[in-house]
Every structure is written in structure tokens, then in C-alpha cells.
Design a protein around this ligand. Sequence first.
Ligand code: COA
Length: 260
Amino acid sequence: MSYENILVDFQNGISTLTINRPSKLNALNKATIQELHDALDAANKDANTKVIILTGSGEKAFVAGADISEFAHFDVSNGGKLAAKGQELLFDFLENLSTPVIAAVNGFALGGGLELAMACHFRLASDNAKMGLPETSLGVIPGYGGTQRLPQLVGKGRAMEMIMTAGMIDANQAQAYGLVNHVTSPEELLPLAEKIAGKIMRNSSVAIKGAIKAVNANFKDSVDGYQVEIEEFGNCFGTEDFTEGTTAFLEKRKADFPGK
Ligand code: COA
């Protein structure tokens, strides 16, 4: 399937989705949000895709935010709908995907761009990346989950400061905050993401799916994460991957997991 604003590349179990609107610094317009949903959904359903990498095209930006030109004239009702639709279609959808998604932050990740990276399961950044939630400088607040996920990742005080100042932090600061796991040169960013994807792919996709669900449950109100862990742990015992993983260990060989 081909898209207007997304490039899809599949190799060795990895689907790399590249947001491709470089003339607008990959800003998320309505069409791109829909296409990202569709491309993520397709990669998630593809049994051969074990890991998804999300990045931006060009050397300047991952994503410079939601497309400001699309909402500048909105009223209260439209503003609320914009956030609700975007969260449901892309940001919550992405966070709850059962296939691991790594954000390779290759430049500006601002507003909706940082929110997109934060909805991924974890993040790597190139050393030229800049991250921030500049929404208050536009007279709005983050609307794609930024007020929730940023404090989860960096702590309340740092999130408050970033949101109130609307400032940017560089990649090293983001790593010190725990917002990104690794920082590397721009040239090494995708190779590093692929190397980490390779380590993930050695393990059971079925078990990883359960782990994503259990870890995410920690951040959901009215869901008992420990109970989700118990259920997901128990479910593993009925899977072919569990039989293969434990048998391979006892037979002192590498596991060859059948599932996704
Ligand atoms: N929405 C719509 N268009 C955007 C955009 C956004 N979030 N971010 C960048 N663009 C567009 C610019 O309008 C410009 O388009 P044009 O060439 O047709 O005028 C193009 O992308 C290049 O951006 P430009 O501002 O010229 O690049 P720069 O290097 O001078 O500045 C940024 C880079 C990231 C600092 C600046 O683009 C910016 O502040 N963007 C908005 C960030 C933001 O507030 N995001 C949160 C939105 S909720």
C-alpha cells in the first residue's frame, strides 16, 4: 500500500515508517494522521513485521507539530474534536499497538511531534534533535496526550517547566530526563534503531505483546496493572512460543519463536 505522506520500507522483520512532508517539517495534518493510523495498523497486522520504526524525512525534523494552518480558525467544539479524534486514531492507538514501535527522533520533535514520539514504546534521538511542547506559546495546551505522557516520562516538575516555558531541550538533555533512551549521530540513528530491533526480534513477539499490555496498564486509571500482569503471565503458558522458549532453553539451543 502506498501513501501520500508516509514512506513504508520493510526489511528483515522491520517496517520503517517515514513521515514524509519535509517542506512542512513533517507537520501532522489530518491526512497524515489518518495515513499513520492506516500504516501502523497494516504493519501491526502483518505477521512478518516484528518491530516498527517511526522517523521523519529530511535532516531537520522528526515532526514539527500538528499542522497549525489546519486549526488556526477552530472554535471550542472543533478544538475538542481535534484532540479527541487525534488521540483515538493515532496517539492512543500507537501506544497500545501490540508490535513494538521505536521512535527514531531525527530532528525537531515539537508539540504533536513530541507527543507522537512519546506515544511510541521508546525513543532514540540523533544529537541534532530538539524536543519541546511549544503549545502555550500559541495559546493552547498540548492536546495529543502531552500533558499526560510527558510527566509520566520525565516527572511532573520537568514536564510543568517544559510546558510552561514552551522551550526546547536538546537530545542530551532529553536523555538526562529519560525522555530518550539513546543519543547518537544522525547517520547512526537508523542503524542503532535497527540494531535494537534485532535484539527485540530474538524474543517472543507473543510475550512482548503481553508485556506491552501489562506495562501500559500501569498508566491507566481504573485498571489494576498487577491483575493485568497476572492474566498476561498466565496466558503465556498456553502459547506455542512458551513451549518453544522453554524447550529451547532446556535443549541448550536458540529459540525459534513461531508466533506473532
Ligand atoms: N504546522 C504547519 N506548518 C509548519 C509547522 C507546523 N507545526 N512547523 C513548520 N511548518 C512549516 C513552516 O510554516 C514552513 O512552511 P513555508 O515554507 O510554507 O512557510 C516550513 O514548515 C519550514 O518551517 P520554518 O519555520 O521556515 O523553519 P525554521 O527552521 O525557520 O523553524 C521551527 C523551525 C521548528 C522552529 C519552526 O518551524 C516552528 O516553530 N514550527 C512550529 C512548531 C510548533 O509550534 N509546533 C507545535 C504545534 S501545536
